[in-house]
Design a protein around this ligand. Structure first.
Ligand code: B12
Length: 349
């Protein structure tokens, strides 16, 4: 591990330089595995980093490490190191938030953390292979119901990308689409799918803690899923994306009559309302309730729609401000709006 750590400071040890001179046909694959291994190690934090991120004393962090409250590993030299997934677990069990996430590098581009990341953004063959590898690990862990392994992959991805919207679209949604395929081919038991959802729900709550609390004067967004729609992951992820974009989101939940959502809007006057629709039980009923809903809410409410059920046949019958196919589009829209560039009185179609 010390050799890995020395890589970060630019002093590559001979042990790790050597294999690269002997790379065979599958050399690029080897390098990828190597970097992914490195990312795990780079995700191990010092007690000082964690103390700064939590804004507590280093001695408190050391005490929590020694008491087993923070999952800790030791270096060969006996120093405490905290894996990112261990920190997530600690935040969850103690109901804490990171006060200064930048102290553990979460707002610093990965390229400046000394990691030679070859994951996402750049569209090279290696990139898709690395992404593919993490996806495969995640899928395996979700299907197996292995929460720890799921947490590990999520934190590896997040440590590199640091953009929740991308993680949501390219890892979580992708995996659940795959589970859907497995389910329809009957290679996945219903309980395996449900257990996977439970694990992801839990881990999303943990991940949310890595994103600082919204400022009290941040613009408010409320949303959820309509009556008959029992899909919870999409709105849970919308909430985190909006939080990441500097909004103050409030997820009203699933299976909610649109009428009660209209009441929530009239009471709290949010700048944005989101509706995630994954399942429509009765199209006529949905369209009628939606029309009534639009009549009940202030005209200037920005309505953002998303979800697999809002296809090209349904959308032309709905009034809304924006529709997004995925959460990265939502992030761009929400950032633009928050930046003041967007006319809040934008006409609905
Ligand atoms: C898990 C799951 C369930 C769980 C959900 C549990 C939970 N706690 O959420 C439960 C048990 C409820 C369920 C039930 C059913 N399910 Co189901 N389910 C799935 C599965 C495997 C994953 C869904 C999921 O969470 N995906 C992850 C999300 C994040 O991805 P996403 O929906 O694509 O969302 C993305 C975008 O749409 C967008 N987005 C979504 N919402 C929003 C909102 C905004 C504002 C924005 C900007 C963007 C946005 O961003 C997201 C990220 O990229 C899917 C497979 C699939 N392809 O998705 C089947 C699937 C959707 N289910 C299916 C079916 C048939 C059903 C049932 C009808 C089964 C039944 N006979 O009872 C019921 C209907 C339930 C209901 N009334 O709501 C079918 C639908 C087939 C079809 N042609 O419509 C699928 C595709 C499985 C399959 N391959 O056959 N399901």
């Amino acid at each position: 591990m010390n050799e890995f750590l020395s890589l970060r400071t630019g002093k590559r040890s001979a042990i790790f330089r050597e294999p690269f001179t002997h790379l065979g046909k599958n050399g690029h694959k080897f390098i990828l595995y190597f970097f992914i291994g490195l990312i795990t190690v780079e995700s191990q934090l010092t007690t000082r980093q964690v103390a700064s991120a939590l804004q507590v004393s280093e001695s408190s962090v050391k005490r929590w490490c020694d008491a087993g409250v923070i999952p800790t590993v030791r270096t060969v030299g006996g120093h405490r190191r905290i894996p990112l997934d261990g920190l997530l677990e600690f935040l969850e069990t103690t109901n804490r938030q990171l006060v200064r996430p930048e102290e553990i590098g979460l707002t610093i581009p990965a390229s400046r953390m000394g990691i030679e990341t070859r994951l996402p953004e750049e569209n090279t063959e290696d990139v898709s292979e690395a992404t593919h590898l993490l996806r495969a690990k995640f899928e395996e862990a979700v299907v197996a119901g292995d929460e720890k392994a799921c947490r590990r992959v999520l934190s590896q991805w997040f440590a590199i990308e640091q953009k929740f919207s991308k993680l949501a679209d390219e890892l979580i949604a992708h995996t659940f689409h795959r589970l859907g395929e497995m389910w329809s081919c009957q290679t996945l038991e219903v309980y395996e799918e449900r257990r996977g959802c439970e694990i992801c729900t839990q881990l999303l709550y943990e991940l949310r803690r890595l994103i600082p609390e919204p400022a009290p004067n941040a613009p408010l967004a409320v949303g959820g899923s309509p009556e008959g729609d029992h899909y919870s992951l999409p709105s849970q992820m919308v909430e985190i994306v909006l939080r990441e974009c500097g909004w103050r989101p409030s997820n009203l939940g699933i299976n909610l009559p649109l009428k009660t959502m209209a009441t929530a809007i009239r009471r709290s006057a949010p700048k944005m309302f989101w509706l995630s629709v994954s399942h429509i039980e009765d199209t006529e009923f949905f369209l009628r309730s939606y029309r009534e809903f639009c009549d009940l809410i202030p005209k200037e409410t920005v309505i953002v729609l998303g979800g697999r059920a809002l296809d090209d046949r349904i959308r032309p019958h709905l009034k809304y401000t924006a529709h997004c196919d995925n959460l990265q589009q939502l992030a761009r829209f929400a950032t633009a709006m928050h930046g003041g560039d967007y006319n809040l009185k934008a006409s609905t179609n």
